[in-house]
Ligand binder design. Structure first.
Ligand SMILES: NC(=O)c1ccc[n+]([C@@H]2O[C@H](COP(=O)([O-])OP(=O)(O)OC[C@H]3O[C@@H](n4cnc5c(N)ncnc54)[C@H](OP(=O)(O)O)[C@@H]3O)[C@@H](O)[C@H]2O)c1
Length: 293
């Protein structure tokens, strides 16, 4: 049953093609991605920080936020890709001054520290830090857990898990001081999957789920005065650099993300939201079907 539901989720939005990538963003003032006009206005004059914003889902979220009137700090390793995000947004109608480009390598602690310093000096009141940057599995072997090198394992875990943790650890006290500590981690159904060949990516996303849940608990206790909302969004498949086999537009993530980002204070903390409505929890348990004797 779960597999069938997952298949449905992964195949949602299939008719879209890359040529229609901006179809919904072009018409944003007509549908607001399902938000009411007053909720849509929440984004105006807020600042968001997105990692991996030079491509795929990160770029789609950056486009939405800039068109909704927010200021978007965009990070990634390749400046030209970040510049392309800005150019595309401007072509869609966003103001160029709505973007702040801060290149950063999440696997490099010095780069993370420097980027955080820049962001904090701009404004501590970041409406949400969106940890979206990630690396896919190395698919060069059908058995990556047997064949991948230690270097591959470390690079993937540094990008998909340790980088987000470093960012959150550095930013959390400053954001909390400004009154609101909201973090959104972009996870994946892979974090719940047990598939041969899924390899380190699946492990890294399962660990990111755990990090999300544990940070939600710990930050709530550490910063009782702040509006703490640490959650994850679970998008299905979309065409991006890491996934060349999908016909879905990365725009599919916008509607759910927009809702999570614009919740009222005291909103969800420690939750996992899939864009197809599937209920997901950090941990699920199956009872052992046989007797242990
Ligand atoms: N596409 C899908 O089917 C799918 C499905 C489920 C979940 N997701 C999740 O969605 C998120 C976005 O992925 P995507 O599909 O949009 O793939 P993508 O186009 O490959 O985006 C990944 C981004 O991460 C950045 N990045 C990688 N390593 C980095 C590093 N060390 N430091 C800073 N940035 C780094 C990349 O930019 P640079 O190379 O310029 O640094 C790139 O912009 C990921 O968390 C992914 O796991 C994707």
């Amino acid at each position: 049953m779960l597999i069938r539901t997952l298949r449905y989720c992964l195949s949602a939005f299939r008719p879209k093609t890359s040529t229609m990538q901006h179809a919904h963003l072009h018409n944003i003032q007509k549908h607001f991605f399902g938000l009411s006009p007053s909720r849509f206005s929440y984004f105006q004059s807020k600042k968001f920080w997105i990692t991996g914003a030079g491509t795929g889902y990160g770029r789609a979220i950056a486009h939405f936020l800039s068109l909704a009137g927010a200021t978007v700090i965009i990070s990634g390793r390749r400046r030209p890709m970040l510049q392309k995000t800005v150019e595309e947004a401007v072509n869609l109608g966003a103001r160029p001054d709505k973007f702040i480009i801060i290149p950063m390598d999440v696997t490099n602690p010095d780069s993370v520290r420097l980027a955080c310093k820049k962001v904090i000096s701009l404004d501590k009141a970041i409406a949400c830090l969106i940890n979206n940057a990630a690396l896919p599995s190395d698919r060069s072997s059908p058995f990556p857990l047997l064949d991948n090198s230690l270097e591959t394992w470390e690079r993937t875990m540094k990008t998909n898990l340790i980088g987000p943790w470093l960012l959150c650890r550095t930013m959390a006290p400053h954001m909390a001081e400004a009154g609101s500590l909201r973090i959104l981690n972009v996870s994946s159904f892979a974090g719940w999957a047990g598939t041969s060949g899924g390899g380190i990516y699946n492990v890294s996303k399962a660990a990111l789920n755990s990090l999300t849940f544990n940070m939600a608990c710990e930050f709530e206790e550490a910063f009782p005065e702040a509006d703490v909302q640490v959650n994850a969004v679970i998008p299905g498949e979309a065409l991006s650099e890491m996934n060349r086999n999908s016909a879905n537009s990365p725009e599919r993530i916008i509607s759910m993300t927009a809702k999570i980002l614009s919740t009222l204070p005291d909103g969800p903390n420690g939750y996992f939201f899939s864009d197809c409505g599937l209920h997901l929890e950090f941990c699920t348990s199956r009872s052992y079907p046989k007797s242990l004797g």
